[in-house]
Design a protein around this ligand. Structure first.
Ligand code: LMR
Length: 400
């Protein structure tokens, strides 16, 4: 019986993003280029260890802090700093103690913890994700037991947002529907809503009594730390209940440390305490409590004026390098194929570009040229550098 059960287990499909990295690693061609996973590489093709983080490491090593368990909800200084960063230090909601922030295992952990919490409050709701969205959004929310559906978002005809269709979809959603929104640097398209459009989005969501779940994994990679955080502040000002999942994987280049946060805007301090008690129950039963090191690094940087400003400078360097790569890949492709229109890549924001390459073109890119992209046509522009750019461009131009 048990043997039969095990024998009947079929291979699960590869993860469309991290599975591609596995495939990339097994490729023996030395000239291979991985434009799949969303990781920022510097111009030497390395994942940077930020100088502000190195500095924080030194400070922490000198203090030789014992590695006791953190509280279930994480390091309090870290959580306070996350709130300040997301909502602003003097935000009324923080002063009124309406926001609960819990340290999570990266942004994915925040989405999952939030999803588990929402399932207990809105068991019959559907979770709506943009069409398209980050591949793992569906996976995370389906694992929590929700049905996941899509709302219109990307318009391939003009490489913009299907704004009216999206608003109409929100207006038709049942009360209590959960809507996952990308606060900046939309993954995978790189196409964001104009900031002024968000007011209407918020009004519609408020009227329709929807539950917004904002995902902000790329703050600082679009137009700047404050600029990219504006949407969160708009939601906070709206007085709605909403959730935010944030990640420092990219902005602090701390991918492997799994540093994220889940923040929930509640109505008042009493409600905040109640919500917190439930989040703690879920976290305790899932991973007990979060790890110490990454959150200490982040809170050390965010608590020091000097390190905070150094971080902003390093973040700006990463952001500007990505923008440069966007421009150069267009220039290179145009040199080889003048009729190719790749200008949308320059307009897009964040790490990714939705190139418009078809699945067949992506497969050809991988098999013939050892250039790896996601099958939806998404490339990670942040993985281009002055050494691999010309080769990536000529491979793309060849498959176009
Ligand atoms: C991505 O979209 O490539 C990143 O967010 C990494 C991941 O976990 O998928």
């Amino acid at each position: 019986m048990i043997e039969k059960k095990f024998e009947s287990i079929k291979m699960a499909p590869r993860d469309p993003i991290l599975g591609l990295t596995e495939l990339f690693k097994s490729d023996s061609r030395p000239e291979k280029i991985n434009l799949g996973v969303g990781v920022y590489y510097d111009d030497l093709g390395q994942v940077p260890l930020l100088k502000c983080v190195q500095q924080a490491e030194v400070t922490l090593a000198e203090r030789a802090i014992p590695r006791a368990y953190l509280p279930i909800n994480g390091d309090q200084t870290y959580c306070d700093k996350v709130q300040e960063l997301l909502f602003g230090a003097s935000a009324p909601a923080i002063e009124q103690k309406k926001v609960i922030t819990v340290q999570t295992l990266g942004g994915t952990g925040a989405l999952r913890l939030g999803g588990d919490f929402l399932k207990s409050v809105f068991p019959d709701s559907t979770v709506w994700i943009s069409d398209p969205s980050w591949e793992n959004h569906r996976g995370v929310f389906e694992r929590t037991g929700f049905t996941v559906d899509k709302y219109p978002y990307y318009d391939s005809s003009n490489k913009g947002v299907k704004y009216d269709e999206m608003i109409m979809a929100f207006e038709r959603m049942p009360i209590g529907s959960i809507v996952v929104l990308h606060a900046c640097c939309h993954n995978p398209t790189g196409v964001d809503l104009n900031i002024n459009k968000w007011d209407e989005v918020i009004d519609v969501m408020k009227n329709q009594k929807l539950v917004p779940f904002l995902d902000i994994a790329y703050q600082g990679f679009g137009d700047g730390l404050d600029e990219d955080g504006q949407v969160i502040k708009k939601f906070a000002d709206s007085g709605m209940h909403f959730l935010t999942a944030n990640s420092f994987s990219k902005s602090f280049s701390l991918y492997g440390e799994r540093v994220g946060g889940l923040s929930i805007m509640t109505a008042n301090e009493n409600q905040k305490n109640i919500v917190e008690s439930h989040l703690k129950k879920i976290a305790r039963a899932t991973y007990s409590n979060p790890p110490t090191h990454g959150s200490k690094l982040v809170s050390t940087v965010l608590s020091s004026q000097e390190l905070f400003s150094a971080w902003k400078t390093e973040l700006a360097e990463m952001r500007n390098r990505i923008k440069l790569m966007r421009e150069l890949i267009c220039v290179e492709i145009k040199k080889i194929k003048p009729e190719a229109n790749f200008n949308h890549v320059i307009q897009q924001r964040g790490m990714f570009s939705y190139t418009g390459l078809s699945k067949e073109q992506v497969i050809k890119l991988r098999e013939k040229h050892s250039v790896y992209a996601i099958e939806t046509g998404r490339i990670c522009v942040a993985a281009l550098n002055s050494k691999n750019l010309a080769r990536a461009a000529s491979a793309i131009a060849e498959v176009l």
